[in-house]
Design a protein around this ligand. Structure first.
Ligand SMILES: Nc1ncnc2c1ncn2[C@@H]1O[C@H](COP(=O)(O)OP(=O)(O)OP(=O)(O)O)[C@@H](O)[C@H]1O
Ligand SMILES: [Mg+2]
Length: 352
């Protein structure tokens, strides 16, 4: 297992594994098994271990991206230009064009099979589009190795949770920060001063990230033993560890109850307010409407709407796509449709 492959861990469905087959080296899939060999969990008193993290503004400052921003907020960070993606005879994306602007939360929504995850995979270099272009920060993204995508500044979480199950929560995040390190291999082998300093920084930042997503007390628990909701939060922390310019979340609230969803949306807003740009795939229209700045709607691989939450939710084509009713039918409140494809939180068996 390579040290920087979060994909090598906690479970995944056959469907998503098929999506990732081209990109995954040797996936080690560990079933989530809370009933098995669970060690006594020791809650970490973060305020004692790292007193400075008792102050949320310090946590925010540590987690915030440290890079210089040369381009104004609101400029396109990622542009999908006329992207078509075909799998054999199936057109999963059909001439799709949209931008993700710096500093925004963009919602990507649509019924099951609409092409949302495929759009993610095209913009994160898992797939090379059949035609069209993806521009990220001014550069064309083709099919690229994961570490190359991370280096460019894109991080993602998966529709099915992927973590290092046997590592602690803190280790999972620290491994994520490795992508930012500059120590050479000999530097790491001989544990140079710089390497040791980077290690210390990574642990400090890792603790701050866990605290930021709300699971600091679980720093020393193995990922596989964490409750489902905490695993989802841990995945977000480890994605943020790479200090991405763009954070892509694929149905992060799948399997959550309404209260958990609300709380997660609060976290996503907090992430944006801390200086990150976020792309959010989510089924629950009400939820997306509450948290996003703009929404792109896909249906059968085509973009059918693109605008503010108000514009999109009052768009007759969107209403029809979501409810399967005539375009002119007035619908006051759009319900969740399709449901999360990842199913409910696991109690036994595989983690989704
Ligand atoms: N690697 C692949 N090979 C073949 N078909 C694929 C592949 N990836 C996606 N598809 C197909 O492309 C279409 C879009 O799938 P995609 O997973 O992007 O939809 P989605 O909007 O993410 O749906 P969901 O809400 O179910 O996650 C589906 O018909 C799917 O079966
Ligand atoms: Mg999907």
């Amino acid at each position: 297992m390579r040290a920087n492959d979060p994909e090598d861990v906690v479970a995944g469905s056959a469907h998503e594994d098929a999506h990732l087959a081209a990109d995954t080296a040797t996936p080690e899939t560990l079933p989530y098994d809370p009933g098995g060999d669970v060690e006594e969990a020791v809650a970490v008193d973060v305020a004692e271990v790292r007193p400075e993290l008792a102050d949320p503004t310090t946590v925010d400052a540590i987690v915030a991206p440290s890079r210089d921003v040369h381009v104004a907020e609101g400029e396109p960070l990622l542009s999908m230009r006329d992207v078509t993606m075909q799998f054999g005879g199936l057109t999963a994306l059909d001439h799709v064009t949209f931008d993700i602007r710096r500093g925004e939360i963009l919602g990507l929504i649509g019924p099951n099979g609409a092409g949302k995850t495929t759009a993610f995979n095209a913009m994160t270099g898992v797939y090379r589009p059949t035609s069209g272009t993806v521009l990220f920060d001014g550069e064309v993204i083709g099919k690229a190795a994961r570490n190359e995508i991370t280096r460019r500044g894109i991080a993602r979480t998966f529709q099915n949770i992927r973590l290092f199950g046997e590592m602690t929560a803190l280790e999972n995040v620290v491994v994520g920060t490795d992508a930012r390190h500059r120590t050479s291999v000999p530097g790491a082998v001989f544990r140079t001063r710089r390497h040791r300093a980077e290690e210390r920084d990574a642990i400090d930042r890792g603790m701050a990230l866990l605290e930021f997503v709300g699971i600091g007390a679980r720093a020393t628990e193995r990922a596989r033993n964490l409750p489902y909701g905490d695993q989802r939060r841990l995945e977000i922390a480890r994605a943020l560890a790479t200090e991405p310019k763009l954070l892509c979340l694929d149905e992060p609230a799948a399997g959550f109850n309404p209260a958990e969803k609300e709380s997660l949306m609060g976290l996503i807003r907090h992430i944006r307010d801390d200086g990150y740009t976020v792309l959010l795939i989510e089924h629950d229209m009400r939820l997306v409407r509450g948290v996003t700045d703009r929404i792109v709607v896909l249906e059968f691989g085509r973009k059918i709407a693109d605008g503010t939450p108000e514009e999109v939710t009052s768009d007759p084509a969107v209403v029809a796509a979501y409810l399967g009713v005539p375009d002119d039918a007035a619908v006051p409140d759009l319900p969740e449709i399709g449901g999360p494809t990842t199913g409910a939180a696991p109690t036994t068996g595989g983690t989704r």
